[in-house]
Design a protein around this ligand. Structure first.
Ligand code: ADP
Ligand code: MG
Length: 429
């Protein structure tokens, strides 16, 4: 029996989170109908990255889509600087004061929320304290970016209640992305790149987000793989980006770039790749660049890490062209190559991810790879339409054979970005 994670509809999510808000803050009983009511409900998606992994913090390219699975927030501003939070995913209510958040050494899940308000204030914006409830159908710690989803949902909520006006333009959304990144890096203490927040805030329904992390420019590329479906496999293997593995990969890349005398590894690639005109040349250049970089780096592990980053950026560029051309079998082959590079060179896969990918391929997927930071989390497979259930069953069976716990599955189209779900006019103040 395979387990499927369904996305909540906007009205279902709004009803759940409003009920949680109302029951958690009963003393705010001056809303519509005498019960406590939030100023509105906002939601933001989780994401899967199609290709381009561990490239964001190296100034590279990535190609995520927003998921139909979202985190919902019901929020109401306060007249002071306090933040009070409840979540449908944990029993632990959370409280802090924005004025003293850092000095007080705030920790726990609320840092992903209060951190966004803190970062907006750091950027000079006038953001009040607030009461909020959150709840989500994005699985927690599954590599589908529940962290960026909670941050982005709060960011758009605060944008609206504080009248910042940032969500109405891509430039404004970019500022919200920055606040979410600062919240995650500096307040929650997770050294993640910027892909997740950009995917949640700057994508568009029906499009993949081609994100160039060198200058944070985005290009929206239609994502409609005719004849195929995107199967997401949540391995449910324990996953943590806070345990130092992610930070250590990041530190290795930073040190390698410093040794090569460039600000990021992307700059190194671009030295050789600047005038590329077609893919065959790009591939040759990538090989050359990789080799040159490798000889300049004396330590074997470091050479492998760098090789992954350089080749992954080249693969992502090529995958983007293949997406535009609608060549999904060739796109799938690059997904496979990406996984192998993450397994052998970057060493961020685990048995569950490798098993999911191998079983999906054997059951007919045209491509499969881990997605997100790795060390657990999720894999994706591009499967011929009509075979999704069968591929999922094969993965489920392979997990049982290997003695792993049962995985969970979801399918998603490319969904829209963070925004308002309901904003009752009577309570927006
Ligand atoms: P991922 O982003 O892949 O789901 P992370 O480890 O980056 O995994 O982020 C998960 C963390 O984000 C959780 O441990 C929790 O602190 C916070 N979080 C995300 N969603 C929620 C939620 N709905 N309620 C409470 N905390 C959440
Ligand atoms: Mg995360």
């Amino acid at each position: 029996m395979t387990t499927w994670l369904q996305a909540w509809t906007p009205s279902d999510g709004a009803a759940r989170v409003t009920a949680l808000f109302t029951s958690s803050f009963p003393e705010l009983g001056d809303g519509v109908g005498g019960v406590s009511a939030p100023s509105g409900v906002w939601a933001a998606p989780g994401r899967v990255n199609l290709i381009g992994e561990h490239t964001d913090y190296n100034g590279g390219l990535c190609l995520p889509i927003a998921l139909e699975h979202r985190t919902f927030v019901a929020l109401r501003p306060r007249t002071d600087s306090r933040v009070r939070l409840v979540s449908g995913q944990t029993d632990q209510a959370w409280e802090a004061d924005l004025d003293t958040l850092i000095e007080d050494g705030a920790h726990g899940w609320g840092t992903y929320v209060a951190g966004v308000a803190w970062a907006l204030r750091e950027a000079g914006l006038d953001v009040p304290g607030f009461d909020a409830a959150v709840t989500s159908c994005v699985p927690f710690g599954a590599g589908l970016s529940s962290s960026a989803a909670i941050e982005a949902a709060v960011a758009v909520a605060l944008d609206q209640v504080a009248g910042l006006g940032l969500i109405s333009s891509d430039e404004g959304r970019r500022q919200l992305v920055e606040a979410c990144i600062r919240a995650e890096n500096e307040v929650a203490g997770a050294a993640t790149g910027g892909m997740d927040q950009a995917a949640s805030l700057r994508s568009a329904e029906g499009f993949a987000l081609a994100l160039d992390c060198l200058d944070n420019s985005v290009h929206l590329e239609p994502f409609a793989p005719v004849g195929y479906e995107l199967l997401v496999i949540d391995t449910r293997a324990p996953h943590s980006l806070n345990d130092g593995q992610y930070a250590s990969r990041r530190a290795t890349c930073d040190a390698a770039a410093a040794r090569l005398g460039v600000p990021t590894l992307r700059h190194w690639l671009d030295r050789y790749d600047a005038n590329q005109t077609d893919l065959a040349v790009a591939e040759a250049m990538t090989a050359l660049t990789a080799l040159t970089a490798l000889t300049a780096l004396t330590e074997e592990t470091e050479r492998h890490r760098v090789r992954h980053v350089l080749t992954e950026i080249a693969r992502t560029r090529e995958a983007w062209s293949l997406m535009r051309a609608g060549d999904w079998p060739a796109f799938g082959a690059l997904m496979d190559a990406s996984h192998e590079s993450l397994r052998l060179d970057y060493e961020v896969t685990v048995g569950e991810l490798d098993t999911a990918v191998a079983a999906a391929r054997a059951a007919g997927a045209v491509g499969a790879r881990m997605t997100g930071g790795g060390f657990g989390g999720s894999a994706i497979a591009l499967v011929p339409e009509g075979t999704t259930a069968q591929v999922a069953a094969a993965v489920h069976e392979a997990f049982a054979q290997a003695g792993f716990g049962a995985p969970a599955f979801l399918v998603s189209r490319a969904a829209g970005p963070a925004g308002a779900v309901t904003v009752p006019a009577s309570t927006t103040s």
